[in-house]
Ligand binder design. Structure first.
Ligand code: DGL
Length: 272
């Protein structure tokens, strides 16, 4: 039986969802959280939609078995492939899903006609959902969707700050570097972080581009929507003390949650 004191369940293909969890905790510090990272199966971004749906179903069942009062799909890939399926299957549940922050990137742009780079996994970039989302805003902006499948395995390996990630991003983002820096010269105003692993590499992305950009992270909207849904269902916690976080991972390393803990404790700039 769920109650206001039940935890919020958060899942991702791995540790990326920690970037969502830290914003949820910032916004709703007195809630309890259960985080489930399916690291053994990461990356999801190169798998079929059918397989992604099965894995998401396993994660959601784990969280419900642990008493979750609501589910946050802290994964754009899972949202793209499985959100509709999961909402149909668990009709009475509160299921909040991520969406790449294309709308804020266009709405909040300083330039009247912004150039927006959207980075995400292969699955998200080629999925219907992003295609429709970009279509809604393409009259008011130039939007460049780029698959960045190499980031997730490096973040999963704890290499979010490494020569490997720098080499990968420099190559991937070459078209968006200035001409005088050896790039293709397509300058962008902002970058949409369309995968929850990517907020951990924003410094590396700026470095690879060689100029300042504004980052947009869908986690802020996801957190606001989670609070709205809980309030509507009268399920926001009534606790007045900081809540606890339980981390679970399917990885089979000696301490599978050590990386998640480290990422959760990294300082970050809160910028709604
Ligand atoms: N973190 C996930 C996302 O937001 C997926 C990464 C992956 O497993 O490919 O898309």
């Amino acid at each position: 039986m769920i109650s206001r004191r039940s935890p919020i369940g958060v899942f991702d293909s791995g540790v990326g969802g920690i970037s969502v969890l830290r914003i949820l905790r910032h916004d709703m510090p007195n809630e309890d959280y259960i985080f489930y990272g399916d690291s053994i199966n990461a990356p999801y971004g190169d798998k079929s939609e059918e397989r992604i749906r099965e894995m998401c179903d396993d994660s959601i069942r784990f969280l419900f078995d642990h008493g979750a009062k609501a589910i946050v799909i802290a994964c754009n890939t899972a949202t793209s492939a499985a959100a509709t399926y999961l909402r149909e299957k668990y009709k009475d549940a509160i299921i909040v899903a991520m969406e790449p922050a294309v709308k804020p990137a266009v709405d909040k742009a300083v330039n009247a006609y912004p150039h927006v780079l959207v980075l995400a996994t292969n699955s998200t970039i080629h999925g219907e959902r992003l295609h429709h989302l970009i279509g809604r805003f393409s009259e008011n902006a130039d939007i460049y969707p780029v698959a960045a499948p190499g980031i997730v395995p490096l973040v999963e390996a704890g290499k979010e700050n490494s020569p490997e990630i720098d080499a990968y991003l420099k190559d991937l983002l070459q078209p968006f570097r200035k001409k005088e820096d050896g790039g293709g010269g397509q300058i962008v105003d902002s970058v949409v972080l369309g995968c929850t692993h990517f907020p951990f590499v924003t410094d590396r992305i700026s470095e690879a581009l060689g100029y300042d950009v504004i980052f947009h992270d869908g986690a802020y909207g996801t957190s606001r929507e989670t609070r709205r849904r809980l309030r509507e269902a009268d399920l926001l916690t009534d606790s007045t003390t900081p809540g606890k976080v339980e981390l679970y991972s399917t990885a089979q390393t000696p301490d599978p949650t050590a990386l998640a803990k480290r990422l959760l404790d990294l300082p970050f700039n809160y910028s709604p």
